[in-house]
Design a protein around this ligand. Structure first.
Ligand code: ARG
Length: 592
């Protein structure tokens, strides 16, 4: 269905034309003076020079023609030459009916569907998932859902870190602790045990221990580097251990991501790109893109006009080892070969900005991607505590994601139990749903690139710009719809077919107008990769609904057609909110 701004622009353009002016001048926008009007057109100002006329005169000419337009309730030409417009209630109700009849609630599909890989999550195997990884998961998931809803083919790839020094560290620490394990017996030729020689909790304790020790103990660090190298060059026992580490760790990661309602189409790992490296290196050398600098193989990526120095992209270290860079470039080769994406979007900490500039430039310069292929870096800021420093536990340690989620679940549970008598088991389930909205909305409602303060009290509040407030509003609507269904014997699931009447009051009209702004909000969020635009929209919608709700007797309305119309409006409002929050990555409970 057509966007409401396009419909109105079209009327206004026609009016410009019939008044003798260029129809291009008739573009309409949402008013920036909502106290005066709902929409505005500034075309008369733009036309003044061309037609050697005062803008107001042009605006008046156009207004005269527009007066007969059924879609508009009022048209005013005001100084210096604005056209101030208000929609007619009849037109609004027809538009809302059309929206309600549309499965997609008026949101158009992309003109051309693209294949888009979203690289997010980025957890590192065998390291506990901490809050730093939360943002990538939450933002990436939302971006993916938005782009998918807009009709693109989206592929989420978790791109696990499984190939670096952390692996060598774990192997080394295990060797120190359990030297008798068969994996360390170089003469062993049989098959290795199926069961891992550690549990996930051991594994999570091993990495920090090994990492700490390597910072103090040079010999230990050397050993870990050596183990990394051997793993990468096919040591059988290490490889078998590495497989155990992956299996145990991935099972745990999946559980964590599941709890966040975050899912990936691909569980690719850094190691999956390794087979592409030899050919890549060969190609870069043969085509003359790479050169040797102090023993290392590098590609220059400086460009004219750079205001700061962009260091070369290092492909191989002087000892021949590959790097994070190399893996990312090889991953691009793999992705182009397997999925031929039109775009790849990386949702990663913004401190990796320079790094991705190097990688993207290198990939373009060396033609690993086609000119049209989009490479985008969506860098996010740090999640801080109330003290403005990176979020920590009460004791000052690194906060594990699992614990953070548990803490918020508990907080939500307490709140729900405080509010009213609830069945504890049901309250637990509801608490989980609401807690997820608190975490995700708290994050997504900020512009991704900014740092933000993770404030549990604020995020879990039922009032203000929070996830729980949105859910609370939705639950309120659901409850009205349920009572309506009881009253009328209809099913609450199917309230379609109710007629939306032209709004009688101001808050009803404001709610209707806000509903029509759903499609533009989603389109903008998709264009700018900005979930916060959807957050801002749904918050506004919730506020408009609550204003209407407080001013209107809905179920006790005596005129049946009027009551049914309110219900249809509420139902549409709920559907828009449901669609909106599903794009953000959470859902609403039935009660709370
Ligand atoms: N594992 C990395 C980290 O924890 C993030 C990976 C981001 N994605 C990528 N293609 N480099 O920093």
């Amino acid at each position: 269905m057509e966007q409401i701004l396009d419909v109105i622009s079209n009327y206004v353009s026609e009016a410009f034309e019939s008044a003798g002016y260029d129809r291009e001048l008739g573009k309409v926008t949402v008013s920036n003076r909502p106290d005066l009007c709902e929409y505005q057109c500034n075309g008369a100002m733009a036309g003044a020079k061309r037609y050697h006329k005062a803008p107001l005169e042009i605006a008046e000419d156009v207004a005269q023609v527009l007066c007969g337009c059924d879609a508009l309730e009022s048209v005013e030409a005001v100084r210096p030459g604005f056209l101030n417009l208000k929609l007619s209630p009849e037109f609004l109700s027809l538009y809302l009916e059309e929206m309600a009849a549309d499965e997609r609630l008026g949101v158009p599909n992309a003109e051309k569907s693209k294949t888009i890989i979203i690289d997010y999550g980025g957890a590192n195997v065998a390291k506990p998932l901490h809050v730093g990884h939360l943002r990538s998961a939450v933002i990436g998931e939302s971006i993916k859902r938005i782009l998918r809803f807009l009709g693109n083919e989206t592929i989420g790839d978790v791109h696990l870190g499984d190939w670096g020094l952390q692996m060598g560290l774990i192997i080394t620490e295990l060797r120190h602790r359990k030297p008798d394990l068969v994996y360390f017996d170089s003469s062993y030729e049989g098959t290795y045990p199926e069961e891992a020689p550690f549990t996930i909790s051991e594994l999570e304790e091993i990495y920090p221990a090994a990492s700490a020790r390597s910072k103090e103990d040079e010999a230990y660090k050397k050993e870990a580097l050596e183990a990394t190298n051997e793993l990468q060059h096919g040591n059988r026992g290490y490889h078998a251990l590495w497989e155990h580490i992956l299996r145990v760790s991935i099972a745990d990661l999946k559980k964590n991501y599941d709890n966040l309602d975050v899912s990936f189409e691909l569980w690719m790992k850094e190691s999956d790109a390794q087979p592409y490296i030899p050919d890549l290196v060969e190609y870069l050398k043969k085509e003359g893109y790479a050169h040797t600098d102090q023993g290392a193989l590098v590609v220059d990526v400086e460009e004219e006009g750079d205001t700061k120095k962009i260091p070369p992209c290092m492909i191989l270290k002087s000892d021949g080892a590959s790097l994070y860079n190399t893996t990312d470039l090889a991953t691009i080769v793999m992705r182009m070969e397997k999925w031929k994406p039109d775009e790849i979007i990386y949702v990663v900490d913004k401190r990796q900005d320079l790094y991705f500039t190097q990688v993207f430039r290198c990939a373009r310069k060396t033609k690993l991607v086609e000119d049209e292929t989009g490479l985008y870096f969506l860098g996010f800021g740090t999640m801080n505590g109330k003290d403005g420093k990176p979020y920590k536990t009460r004791e000052g340690g690194v906060m594990r994601l699992e614990n953070l989620i548990a803490e918020i679940n508990e907080e939500m549970y307490q709140k729900i139990m405080e509010n009213h008598e609830a069945d504890p088991e049901e309250a637990r389930k509801t608490a989980q749903i609401v807690a997820l909205s608190a975490i995700k909305y708290g994050d997504l409602s900020n512009q991704a690139s900014k740092d933000y303060i993770f404030d549990i009290d604020k995020f879990t509040s039922f009032e203000g710009n929070t996830g729980p407030y949105l859910l609370y509003t939705m639950v309120r609507i659901k409850s009205i719809l349920r009572r309506y269904a009881e009253q009328t014997g209809r099913s609450a699931e199917d309230l379609s077919g109710l007629k939306i009447l032209p709004p009688a009051g101001e808050s009803e009209k404001a709610l209707g107008l806000t509903l029509t702004a759903f499609a533009p909000a989603v389109l903008l969020a998709g264009e700018e990769l900005a979930p916060h635009k959807i957050c801002g929209y749904i918050y506004e919608l919730a506020n408009q609904f609550n204003r209407f709700y407080h001013e209107t007797r809905i179920l006790s309305e005596e005129k049946e057609a009027q009551r049914d119309s309110y219900i249809a409006l509420l139902h549409l409002c709920l559907r828009v909110m449901e669609c909106g929050i599903s794009l953000l990555g959470f859902s609403a409970p039935e009660k709370m």
